[in-house]
Design a protein around this ligand. Structure first.
Ligand code: ADA
Length: 558
């Protein structure tokens, strides 16, 4: 399963998820041996590989004939795909999807091999030892698609409010795999309105078709009523319909207006949580049930938003957020990179590729309300600023319909305020900084208002929190106790909601997560312990406090 709804009724596809895979590591005591392994999953879930960092090969047999496309929703973190020994594709980064195409495959059984590497080295600019764990394996779903000579690569829709209702501006991209020009008919249906047109597809190339549909009476997508609609396209020729693609979207508009963040014209108050894809039993490969549980916890806590720290998430998560009316800050992959790390010769290309793949694949999700980039990277240096500038330009080129931002920890050294449409800060008063949150925040907020490009924009706190080791109770409330975390979160959240001009908060963080043991700072238990629930999703003392403070605040402000 790679989506929560059916994405093809015509195109034949089959899931390659399951237990038909074998894994063989390239190094260590089990080098060269073969182990049965479940896909999706992380190799850390196998007792023999709980601590394995390196490379290895996944393999299985598939039945195929003709043109096929193998879709990988995520391989952590570098993948090379081989069919019967022939190299089909290379992909870097655990957190975005990619595909491999093979043409005219002879009918029969074929060997699929996926070489996977999660090691740290200079060629990996984004997966570095860090305050979260880079797991190994085929960590998201895999699908085998059987294609004809042309197929629909993607459907994008931008909903826009008009004086009489809504417009939906649609783009369809079709790819012709053959070396001949193909006449075809494209039929595209948006929320029940269909339109068809003949197209001539150039040989070995792609064609884009655009159309704006108008609606007078549609159910809007909203936090409280997350109404979804379908968008589908089909390709036909004289012999009939041979390919299709189905997407889902919502009629909703996110705008910034002065200091306000508006959803369908209503001023938002963000009550959010930062969430890593991390679980002690599944690593970063959370099954649908576990993802759904996290979303239920957010809702139970009174939350209305999740920040996907620090990378794009599994699309199953986004599908559930669309269905549940949870707003998502989705960000590209980067955490805390110094200028030196940003000068890695691979950084620019790798980071930009993540942005491209993230936006292209997740374009239609109504839940995504902000694109974020480069969490706590070198936004205080001139070189760092040039990287932010390029990446924000790329975002604007790819999607004109959402605000963009970056979560900064550079306080008054920040050089990139003017580049973001929303000003966002990660702050840790009452934890790393021994100051009351109200004073600390007011001082920072007032400074931002004096800066060119800082004033008159929405302002968000994208991280705040304190560590607590689950079960460590002590009425004297020393640091790391659940009592200390409860007090700190109560003070932090109350002060942030009381700050004029602040559109809301993302608590760091939803759950405790594993950190790389190679990371220089490390932490008690080699875990980041600032979760409101621990890694097994057991609530800490702060749970009820956060719940009360969040539930008191409405999602929309008058
Ligand atoms: C940073 C960072 C997070 C996490 C947090 C913390 O702000 O963005 O990834 O490391 O601090 O726990 O200190």
């Amino acid at each position: 399963m790679i989506r929560t709804f059916c994405t093809n009724k015509i195109r034949e596809s089959e899931s390659l998820n399951g237990s038909d895979w074998m894994f063989s590591p390239d190094s260590g005591q089990h080098r060269g041996q073969h182990f049965p392994i479940v896909v999706p999953g992380c190799w850390e879930s196998l007792p023999a590989f709980s601590n394995y960092r390196g490379s290895g090969c996944y393999s299985r047999l598939i039945e195929a004939a003709g043109n096929i496309r193998l879709v990988f929703k995520g391989v952590s973190h570098t993948a090379d795909i081989y069919l019967d020994g022939e190299h089909l594709a290379h992909h870097y980064n655990a957190y975005t999807a990619f595909s491999a195409i093979a043409l005219n495959v002879p009918s029969g059984e074929h060997k699929l091999e996926v070489r996977v590497d999660n090691s740290f080295s200079e060629v990996s600019a984004l997966h570095v030892p860090n305050d979260y764990y880079s797991y190994g394996g085929i960590s998201r779903g895999v699908v085998l698609e059987h294609l004809e000579d042309a197929f629909i690569e993607y459907l994008h829709v931008i909903p826009q409010k008009t004086a009489t209702g809504w417009d939906a501006a649609v783009t369809v991209q079709v790819r012709n795999l053959s070396s001949q020009t193909l006449p075809t008919t494209l039929c595209c249906e948006v929320a029940g309105q269909a339109c068809s047109e003949p197209l001539v597809l150039p040989a070995n190339g792609t064609t884009q078709w655009t159309q704006t549909y108008s609606f007078t009476d549609v159910a809007e997508w909203d936090i409280e009523a997350p109404n979804l609609h379908y968008l589908s396209a089909e390709l036909s020729d004289t012999e009939g319909t041979y390919d299709d693609l189905i997407e889902r979207f919502g009629f909703r508009e996110i705008l910034t207006e002065g200091k306000d963040l508006l959803l369908n014209g209503k001023k938002l108050r963000i009550k959010g949580f930062c969430r890593h894809e991390d679980h002690p039993m599944f690593g970063c490969a959370l099954p649908l049930q576990a993802i759904a549980q996290d979303i239920e916890i957010v809702k139970d806590l009174g939350g209305n938003a999740i920040r996907t720290v620090h990378y794009p998430n599994d699309e199953l998560f986004l599908d559930l957020c669309d269905e549940q009316g949870i707003l998502v800050w989705e960000e590209n992959h980067a955490r805390g990179l110094s200028e030196e790390q940003m000068r890695n010769p691979h950084f620019e290309e790798q980071a930009e590729q993540v942005i491209r793949e993230m936006i292209n694949d997740h374009f239609n999700h109504p839940s995504i309300f902000i694109w974020g980039i480069l969490n706590e990277c070198a936004s205080e240096t001139v070189f760092g600023r040039s990287c932010y500038e390029k990446q924000f330009d790329l975002i604007q080129h790819l999607d004109t319909s959402r605000p963009w931002s970056t979560a900064s920890c550079k306080m008054k050294d920040e050089l990139c305020l003017d580049l973001s449409t929303v000003i966002s800060y990660n702050i840790y008063p009452e934890w790393y900084v021994p100051l009351p949150t109200g004073d600390f925040l007011a001082d920072l907020y007032d400074w931002v208002q004096t800066q060119a490009g800082g004033q008159d924009k929405p302002f968000l706190i994208t991280e705040v929190g304190a560590g607590a080791v689950y079960g460590y109770r002590n009425p004297a409330a020393p640091k790391w106790s659940e009592e200390y975390q409860r007090q700190a979160l109560e003070a932090q959240i109350s002060a942030i909601f009381a700050q004029d001009g602040c559109s809301g908060i993302f608590i760091w963080q939803l759950t405790d997560v594993k950190v790389s043991s190679e990371w220089f700072a490390n932490r008690p238990r080699s875990m980041n312990n600032k979760g409101v629930v621990d890694e097994y999703r057991r609530g800490k003392l702060a749970y009820d406090t956060v719940q009360k403070l969040f539930r008191e605040q409405p999602s929309y402000v008058e």
